[in-house]
Write a protein that binds this ligand. Sequence first.
Ligand SMILES: Cc1cc2nc3c(=O)[nH]c(=O)nc-3n(C[C@H](O)[C@H](O)[C@H](O)COP(=O)(O)O)c2cc1C
Length: 272
Amino acid sequence: MSKKVLIIYAHPEPSSLTRQLVDVSVECLSARGHEVLQSDLYAMGWKATFDEHDFPERVNLQRLSFGAESAHAYSSGRQTADVAAEQEKVLAADAVIFQFPLWWYGMPAIMKGWIDRVWAAGLAHGYKGAGNAYRYGDGAFKGKRAMLSVAVGGPAEDYSPRGINAPLEQLLFPITHGSLYFPGFDVLPTFAVYGTGGLTAAGAAAAKEAWRTRLKGLFEDAPIPFRPQNGGDYSQTNELKSHVAPGQTGLMAHIIGAEERQTQVMQVEELS
Ligand SMILES: Cc1cc2nc3c(=O)[nH]c(=O)nc-3n(C[C@H](O)[C@H](O)[C@H](O)COP(=O)(O)O)c2cc1C
């Protein structure tokens, strides 16, 4: 069935690996009969900073409260046109793909600025004006899928379970879990191409082929099994109940089965 897919990307150079992978996305998804929407952040001259100019009709001119002004602007139709247009694209999409180079262990500032500005109060947080009731698996974007496609300069070993940089799954957790699962998306495992600095033509071709394969599973592949806030694993104070992932702390405790998966990877590595 034909779906709508929004591709948001951050790279000004058409020959970059990121842009080559964007081209693959457009070609592959269109060929599969999907409607492709795009947000080319550099070409749009996207305003990355979230500031007073985002609120042309302030409620409080004395003090800039982002939460209060965002909620007011969103609910009263007083947002800037660029932000409202991006929200419409997201709400129309069945899936959203973010494509970017890894810059200082995260997304480029222009893309972070897209999230800061587009994820308004009343939409991406404080949904339905109900505080934190709808989040982590619930929210305005429930039923939609999201995925990151990342070009990584360093080699895969640097990002292996005991690699010096730490696994990409953990480095990008604030995006997958925080920015995407929080407002309700089902988030697919991140697609990454490592060692882009020394990528040969054959390596780039293999990366594009691997990306085509991942795109084919966009609407079928299992999402990351993050624990839903309202699924029974958390207490009233939003802490994991004592019988859930006992002894585990930190990011991975919020993914069902992460501890077992990690242990399996370590055992395979020890055997090899
Ligand atoms: C500002 C900046 C920050 C970077 N930070 C990282 C990093 O944290 N980790 C890493 O492995 N590579 C890093 N790199 C290398 C990029 O990931 C690499 O240039 C990119 O994957 C190449 O893909 P592209 O052709 O799409 O630009 C950084 C590059 C720049 C320009």
